[in-house]
Design a binder for this molecule. Structure first.
Ligand SMILES: Cc1ncc(COP(=O)(O)O)c(C=O)c1O
Length: 348
């Protein structure tokens, strides 16, 4: 068991959070003259003119059922990007502390670290995109946080669960396991380990499989002690009421998400099969996510050619271990067909 309080930045440990009007009275009914809202309202009067519940309790009840986790272990935020930033702010002292990232990986870990003036220790994945567990643990004594993205963006692979568990077990800091893409694979996910490791934080998002990138809703699952800290330092009304309402609507119709994921997986298989048959495609990497990373001949020319055709994919050629690599997000059938046709045309 890790002593979470001891790991926190001292100023965060001592922080007395802002107490919002809605903190002081959580009842639904009453004459609300406490929060300087517009009592008359404009659009959707009686709803949109009122501040939302700061802890999104109704939404969390829905999430509890989906993820089979008590709401005291759930943080909801403005995208999982908010949780990434808050975790860094809670545990790392600017200008002093360090965190570990494993490039090539999701770029926001570095950006959030840089904004907060936190030193980044890079422990690159192997050229086959595997975690170098021993190298991570060697560096871990100097770090407060370790970010692990699995399935990893942009490589698409999922990491060996034993590597992740070993890191969580041996590390005296916080392990952030970003599972933004986990719904696109049947492999084991990290939520099952939360009871074993009180230093593990699992991130999820409504932006990928749930198909709701626009509403900006992300989640962190962790020990209640960590969740309480995130709640203490977040903006009081970090998730808005419209977002909560749309998320609840979808939670009640999970079938839609399931069908979308099935369609994406079918299309992913089609893209991989086809790419493997195109002569200019040098290597298609295995993927457990909703995107496909591959290595191409004349990658930058192909990228520009597609862009001129108004087909936008992601150029990853300058990223570590990803020379000549482009990342394709799985689209709708006709979009994928058009893309594949144009890739063929480019090489013919
Ligand atoms: C690995 C990973 N984590 C988190 C995010 C951001 O998620 P959100 O939209 O919830 O902020 C992304 C977005 O691309 C991602 O690739």
């Amino acid at each position: 068991m890790i002593d979470i309080q001891n790991l926190l930045r001292p100023n965060i440990r001592k922080l007395k959070p802002y107490s919002s009007a809605r903190d002081e009275y959580s009842g639904q009914k009453g004459i609300f003259l406490d929060a300087n809202e517009n009592s008359f309202g404009t659009l959707e009067s009686g709803v949109l003119n009122r501040y939302p519940d700061p802890y999104h309790r109704h939404l969390k009840k829905g999430l509890e059922k989906i993820y089979n986790i008590n709401s005291n272990k759930i943080f909801t935020g403005n995208g999982s990007d908010e949780a990434i930033d808050l975790l860094i702010r809670a545990f790392c002292i600017p200008g002093k502390d360090s965190l570990i990232v494993m490039p090539p990986t999701y770029g926001m870990y570095n950006v959030a670290a840089n904004i907060n003036d936190i030193n980044i220790i890079n422990v690159p994945l192997s050229p086959q995109f595997k975690i170098r567990t021993d190298a991570v643990l060697e560096q871990a004594k100097d770090a407060k946080l370790i970010f692990i993205c699995s399935p990893n963006n942009p490589t698409g692979n999922i990491f060996n669960p034993n590597s992740i568990k070993r890191i969580a077990e041996k590390f005296d800091g916080i392990v952030v396991l970003d599972e933004a893409y986990i719904d696109f694979t049947d492999r084991q996910n990290g939520l099952v380990w939360l009871n074993n490791f009180n230093n593990l934080v699992v991130l999820r998002t409504f932006s990928k499989a749930w198909g709701m990138a626009n509403i900006r809703l992300g989640m962190a699952f962790a020990d209640p002690e960590i969740i309480a800290v995130l709640n203490k330092i977040k903006y009081p009304y970090n998730v808005n009421g419209l977002t909560c309402r749309k998320a609840m609507e979808l939670i009640k119709k999970q079938e839609i998400k399931k069908q979308a994921v099935e369609s994406i997986l079918k299309e992913r298989t089609k893209i991989i099969k086809k790419l493997n048959k195109i002569s200019g495609v040098k290597e298609v990497f295995p993927t457990e996510a909703n995107f496909v990373l591959a290595r191409y001949e004349k990658a930058i020319e192909l990228f520009n050619y597609l862009r001129n055709k108004k087909i936008i994919i992601r150029n990853r050629t300058t990223v570590m271990h990803c020379s000549d690599c482009l990342r394709i997000t799985v689209g709708k059938p006709q979009e994928n067909d058009k893309l594949l046709k144009e890739i063929e045309n480019f090489y013919n």
